[in-house]
Design a binder for this molecule. Structure first.
Ligand code: FES
Ligand SMILES: [Fe+2]
Length: 368
């Protein structure tokens, strides 16, 4: 295992405290509010794909933590993002996940906005003394395209996306050289009755795989390395060349199964024949998470075998993961449970939970 400085730091903090976050971090409203403020309002968050924003008027909506956001390619071709909230009385402006518009019209009293965010019309405003249309444009949010994916940031302090995850772009492009030209093919959306951090923690350890994923355990070998790299974590596993269930490892070129996690809540995963599976783990409250599972692929019409892979990921592996996360959430609420014991192998073998400790440390630092 590569002993990166981040890993050594995680391990040194482990000596001082080998436990998971305390149970209230998964159940407490006050901590959720702090996380929305100090983590989600300060970080770059996934919004969608450049593939969805090619034409003027194309828009997508997303949640950035607790805040609704709309991203749009405006009439002159500039990519923009705004809080998806009408400036009149605060109605949510666009409710669809994606579409194409000439402008935005609020469903409540029909204020209209140009795609550059300026207020186009407010009914009867000519008769309202002192009304200044120029003061009621949509509130802008930072937006960037990174490796074909759209990210938004509510805060002003974060450096550009690439600088937040140094080294990540090279890793992603080495796996998928066509990363800028992929197609958004399929989305599965689920609500998980568990805290978002349990979903992140479960993603970042392989200890549970032989127990929870009977089919996946035949695909992955114990040659599974998890490397914390600061604000992201890389996973690399050698695939059992004989596995044919779910991910067909006999597919040419699928020898390595690659996963990434990006602070705070985004998971990118490889899939046979290229492209990414993208899990966006967005909290709706301390005990509830909205998750989108997207397939961003080099082809737009999956064949039968490719559909089998997509549905294996959604209906088998992800369902198994959701089951354990929800059961752990119920455990956090019990008076008997205070915190867990992290199972870290200093050699970093496949079962080691060192990346969960790394995530714990990032959360504690953000909340400190
Ligand atoms: S809240 Fe949008 S027009 Fe009134
Ligand atoms: Fe899992």
């Amino acid at each position: 295992m590569p002993h990166t400085p981040e890993l050594l730091e995680s391990i040194s903090r482990l000596d001082r405290d080998p436990h998971s976050l305390s149970a209230n971090h998964y159940t407490d409203d006050g901590i959720m509010k702090q996380e929305w403020e100090r983590i989600f309002a300060q970080s770059w968050l996934f919004a969608g794909y450049s593939d969805q924003l090619r034409q003027p008027g194309d828009y997508i909506t997303c949640m950035a933590g607790n805040d609704p956001v709309v991203v749009v390619r405006d009439e002159s071709g500039v990519l923009r993002a705004f809080y998806n909230i009408c400036r009149h009385r605060g109605h949510i402006l666009m409710k669809e996940a994606a579409g194409n518009v000439r402008g935005f019209v609020c469903p409540y009293h029909a204020w209209g906005y140009v795609t550059d965010g300026s207020l186009r019309s407010a009914r009867h405003s000519g008769d309202v003394a002192g009304f200044e249309p120029g003061a009621f444009g949509l509130v802008a949010v930072r937006v960037e395209i990174f490796c074909g994916m759209v990210f938004v940031c509510l805060g002003s302090e974060s450096p550009p996306v690439a600088a937040c995850y140094p080294g990540l772009e090279e890793e992603l492009r080495a796996y998928e050289p066509g990363i800028d030209d992929l197609h958004f093919v399929f989305r599965r959306e689920v609500t998980i009755e568990a805290n978002w951090k349990l979903v992140v923690e479960n993603y970042n350890e392989n200890y549970h795989t032989p127990v929870v994923h009977p089919a996946l355990r035949n695909v992955l070998t114990s040659d599974y390395i998890v490397t914390p790299r600061g604000s992201y974590i890389s996973h690399e596993a050698r695939v059992n060349p004989e596995a044919t269930e779910g991910f067909d490892a006999t597919t040419i070129g699928y020898e390595r199964h690659l996963n990434w996690w990006l602070w705070p809540n985004l998971c990118l995963m490889s899939i046979p024949q290229g492209g990414f599976r993208v899990l966006n783990i967005m909290p709706e409250g301390p005990g509830r998470t909205r998750e989108t599972y997207d397939f961003y692929l080099p082809y737009s019409e999956p064949n039968a075998q490719q559909w089998q892979q997509i549905l294996f990921a959604c209906d088998t592996v992800n369902v198994e993961d959701i089951g354990v996360c929800e059961a752990v959430q119920r455990g956090q609420a019990s008076r008997s449970f205070d915190r867990g014991r992290m199972m870290v192998d200093l050699k970093g073998r496949d079962w080691s939970e060192h990346a969960v400790v790394h995530f714990r440390n990032l959360v504690l630092d953000a909340l400190a």
